[in-house]
Design a protein around this ligand. Structure first.
Ligand SMILES: *Cc1c(COP(=O)(O)O)cnc(C)c1O
Length: 368
């Protein structure tokens, strides 16, 4: 791995392949694999990630919003792309780029049928989402008759999948709730399919669902965080490899005398001599202010250096009093040894938030 000379996010494709193969090994051979690459591929780079996963044999992709799907098409993704949360204002664009909408209530279903009909579509693939307990998006069981009546009235659309989303697949204390969601989904999908003349795909599992509920794999699974190297449990983290390493360098070292302060608003005041290093990464790069004032830390030559004072927009200062280091040395923010999960833990958040926060001004480097 090259030494960092500026702030970079290094993406390891070997690790990505390992994670893909590990998740696949948990599935039956004929279970389809949908890769979730929303939010710039969880902060990595959705187009690079999706192109590689397409080569590895991913069956489907999913993004949250239509513009994310457009970017994938422009980057050469030809596999089907499910848009999990399409907005009515962009539905014509969705059709223009052959993206497949998740339709989750009467309003968006109607709006989509109107636009697909106006665009002279025939059997345009759509996905019907049911709410089985997350209470976020989705039709309820009592809307099945409504859905089938709307779908029967038109040739413009065809239901290619029926799906739902688990609320607590990573929390085994909520196993009873999850099993109930799975049972509800079984009933709902059966009732809907009974009214159709064809058989859509069924899917329900995110990463932790894949790992914890094999009985809910159905025809396809939707893997996100696992691909990027996190399994939402100590046991599963061991089977996965974080693909992203956030690195930077030391710009300047300061000797701070007793009584001096460091950073904005003098949030840190020293009561003894210390040495700080200033790093070119701040809250505009994805290290939020909550990591400041000793909560978060970085790693330099294998040693931890806590953040001193407030996080600035473009910089942080870290305490290197006990670290043998010099200006220009490489600094690891998170990666394979100190993971994004460990750093996220220091502020009671989750790796999902930290890795998707790495802003677009941080250069991505791909190790292929
Ligand atoms: C984000 C998302 C996923 C992926 O979840 P992970 O926990 O990252 O695997 C799957 N399905 C839906 C509906 C999502 O919104």
């Amino acid at each position: 791995m090259p030494e960092a000379r500026e702030t970079v996010l290094e993406i390891d494709f070997k690790a990505l392949k390992h994670n893909f193969e590990y998740l696949k090994s948990e599935l039956l051979n004929n279970t389809r694999f949908l890769a979730v690459v929303k939010a710039f591929g969880y902060g990595s780079d959705s187009c690079e990630i999706a192109n590689y996963l397409q080569k590895l044999g991913t069956d489907y992709f999913a993004v949250a919003y239509i513009n994310e799907g457009v970017a994938l098409r422009k980057a050469g993704i030809i596999k089907p792309i499910l848009v999990l949360h399409p907005q009515a204002v962009n539905l014509k664009t969705l059709i223009a780029y052959s993206l497949e909408p998740s339709l989750y209530n009467a309003k968006i279903l109607k709006e989509f049928i109107t636009i697909a009909s106006a665009e002279k579509q025939n059997n345009y693939p759509i996905h019907i989402k049911f709410n089985t307990g997350l209470n976020r998006l989705g039709f309820r069981e009592n809307e099945i008759d409504y859905i089938t009546s709307e779908v029967e009235k038109t040739d413009a659309i065809k239901i290619v999948s029926i799906f739902s989303h688990l609320a607590a697949s990573e929390d085994l204390n909520e196993k009873e709730f999850t099993l109930n969601q799975i049972a509800n989904f079984n009933t709902i999908s059966k009732n809907l399919i009974d009214k159709l003349t064809y058989q859509p795909l069924l899917h329900m599992c995110n990463t932790s669902g894949i790992l914890n509920y094999p009985e809910a794999h159905f025809d396809m699974v939707r893997a996100g965080i696992g691909l990027y190297g996190f399994g939402n449990s100590e046991k599963e983290n061991k089977n996965l490899i974080p693909i992203a390493t956030l690195k930077t360098v030391i710009s300047q070292i300061h000797n701070i005398e007793k009584g001096e302060s460091v950073g904005y608003n003098r949030a840190f005041k020293s009561n003894s001599f210390l040495k700080t290093a200033t790093l070119p990464i701040g809250h505009a790069d994805g290290i939020g202010r909550q990591y400041g004032n000793g909560k978060g830390f970085v790693t330099i030559r294998g040693q931890q250096a806590p953040i001193v004072g407030n996080v600035c927009m473009d910089m942080i200062m870290v305490n290197v009093s006990n670290v043998d280091c010099k200006e220009g040395d490489e600094v690891i923010i998170f990666g394979k040894d100190i993971t994004a999960e460990q750093l996220a833990d220091t502020t009671n958040t989750i790796p999902y938030e930290l890795i998707t926060s790495v802003s677009q001004r941080v250069k991505r480097i791909f190790l292929k």
